[in-house]
Design a protein around this ligand. Structure first.
Ligand code: ADP
Length: 556
């Protein structure tokens, strides 16, 4: 086995540790499920039967979401252990346990598909757990369980739907109230650990919610919804960490009151109790979950805006610095270039023969430096001082022809084949001819630079649906799929050992900024590594409406 493989594949020791880990998880989930089931059975409205909330489903769903599908045996085993003593028969209990396992497994699969995040910090997460996790997926356990009870004769056939509804609401409540609570206990990278003061505030609030709900459910005035402002406050102040326990406490107290038959439950029939209780529970769960998610999302947006503003400010400062530095470098560079050309031209006496090569190199390198400083200046200007949009209506054919003329000497030197295809009619666009010319210079020069073969270029101009498109096609080294957008990033260069040429990766960045300032676009239209690339520059066509505009287009 190679060293690399040994990193990826767990060795015997690791595998043993992971098997032990899984067994431990299964044991913990089984115990938690079973224990929660025993407590809930004690809170049944009719002893041992009608449970308004079934927390084990919430536990099972969170276990599958956190540990993965592999913990399903824990859910099945615990559900079987719970149902064997109360179920119709061992095989019936096994079917019920299978339904109880399938429901959270399906809920987890639905949530995964919906892109659910266990931080529950977006409105869509809250909606997903309410609709998919609770309401939809729990129809499985209710349907399987009720069918078993009816088929075994434990429940008469005409009670199918009422039994189904009780089963379904109990399981859905387990998901709605218990799963968010458990998820709120998980360590969350984004939310900071609460300070002592905050923990005390939250503790006080939760105790307040418990006491108020208790008091409200002790009288018959039907004022139970007065606890909502406190639940909303918990969600507002502490998001899920406040909302989930607040909802669980309020619902827990309400269930306890229903079991005791106090307050509004004193005179109600079983079905009325169920409705009063479940409507209250659903409202509590919805309010707390949705509000927590909305507050979290709003805070995140504010945080992103703050980060964006500060990153923007930092980038502006950097660009301003670059601008100043490039500006300061320009003067000494011009002087240097001037004296070098004096020296090589012989104006201050002819240079010794041995100086020719070093002087040639110095001149070439100084030109390179001038180009870099120029690029830096342009790039920083594009960012700091939004380019003054000087535009005139011009004939794009002329700009292309100008660029091809300028590149001709270099093309001859490299024995490059340059084919140009221009339409017969003028192509009017609005731009600065100098800047647009520079963009084309860059594209054509790149096409001749990034190649290992004698360059073959095809430059075409066409119009399509109110756009003029210049395509520069080459037979160069090409650009891989994942770098096609990145080459337009500031200071980005592809590292390719085949073509090592000087440059700082600003040309395409500047070109795109300029083209976009004229309402156009610049992109790599297609590219095949080793075969070549096609760069496409698109600009909006100008509609010629007056004689002046036409003249301008013709004159440029
Ligand atoms: P620079 O030429 O200074 O590196 P550019 O912004 O013009 O900066 O180009 C960025 C990178 O994009 C280049 O380093 C090169 O790797 C790649 N690139 C640009 N044009 C082509 C092309 N026609 N064919 C292949 N790669 C290209």
């Amino acid at each position: 086995m190679s060293a690399r493989n040994s990193e990826v594949e767990p060795n015997g020791q690791d595998r043993k540790v992971s098997v032990i880990g899984t067994l431990l998880q299964i044991a913990v989930v089984t115990l938690a499920y079973w224990f929660a089931a025993q407590v809930s059975l004690r809170l049944a409205l009719v002893h041992g039967q009608v449970t308004p909330i079934w927390p084990p489903t919430g536990i099972a769903l969170v276990a599958i979401l956190v540990f993965g599908r592999r913990v399903w045996p824990a859910v099945f085993l615990a559900a079987l252990a719970v149902n064997l003593p109360i179920g119709p028969s061992p095989s019936g209990a096994a079917f019920i346990a299978a339904g109880n396992t399938l429901a959270p497994l399906t809920a987890a699969a639905f949530l995964k598909r919906a892109g659910f995040r266990i931080e529950l910090d977006r409105l869509r997460d809250a909606a997903a757990i309410i609709v998919l996790g609770a309401l939809v997926a729990m129809t499985i356990s209710a349907s399987v369980g009720t069918s078993v009870l009816v088929l075994s004769g434990t429940v008469p056939t005409d009670s199918f739907w009422s039994t189904w509804a009780v089963w379904w609401t109990g399981d859905a409540m387990g998901v709605l109230l218990v799963a968010p609570f458990l998820l709120s206990l998980l360590p969350n990278a984004r939310s900071r650990a609460p300070t002592l003061r905050m923990a005390a505030e939250l503790g006080g609030l939760l105790v307040g919610i418990g006491i108020l709900t208790f008091v409200l459910f002790q009288n018959r005035l039907r004022l139970e919804y007065l606890v909502f402002p406190l639940i909303m406050l918990a969600a507002w102040r502490f998001r899920l960490r406040g909302a989930a326990p607040a909802a669980l406490i309020a619902s827990g107290v309400a269930i306890w009151a229903a079991v005791q038959g106090t307050g509004p439950f004193g005179t109600e029939t079983l079905i009325q109790k169920m409705i009063t209780l479940q409507v209250f529970n659903v409202c509590v769960a919805l309010t707390s979950l949705v509000l927590a998610a909305v507050v979290e999302a709003r805070e995140r947006t504010e945080e992103m805006t703050r980060l964006y503003i500060s990153a923007n400010a930092a980038s502006q400062t950097k660009s301003a610095f670059l601008n100043t530095a490039a500006h300061e470098l320009r003067t000494p560079l011009t002087v240097l270039a001037g004296y070098l050309s004096l020296l090589s031209g012989g104006s201050v006496g002819s240079p010794p023969k041995a100086w020719e090569t070093p002087l040639g190199i110095l001149i070439a390198k100084t030109r390179e430096l001038e180009r870099i400083v120029d690029d830096l200046l342009t790039a920083s200007r594009v960012e700091v001082i939004q380019p003054r949009i000087e535009r005139e209506v011009l004939d794009l054919r002329k700009v292309v022809e100008g660029a091809v003329e300028r590149v001709r000497p270099r093309a001859d030197l490299l024995s490059a084949e340059v084919t140009v295809n221009l339409p017969r009619d003028p192509v009017p666009v609005e731009a600065d001819p100098g800047k647009l010319g520079r963009v084309l210079d860059d594209l054509i020069n790149n096409a001749m630079t990034y190649t290992i073969r004698p360059p073959q270029l095809r430059i075409g101009l066409s119009t399509r649906s109110r756009q003029a498109i210049v395509r520069v096609e080459d037979n160069g080294v090409g650009i891989s799929e994942d770098e096609r957008e990145r080459v337009f990033d500031r200071l980005y260069r592809v590292s390719d050992s085949q073509v090592v040429v000087p440059g700082i990766g600003l040309g395409l960045y500047i070109s795109r900024q300029l083209v976009e300032s004229y309402g156009g676009s610049l992109l790599v239209e297609s590219s095949t590594p080793g075969m070549g690339s096609v760069f496409a520059l698109a600009l909006p066509l100008v509609r010629i409406t007056s004689a002046t505009q036409l003249r301008q287009a013709d004159a440029s």
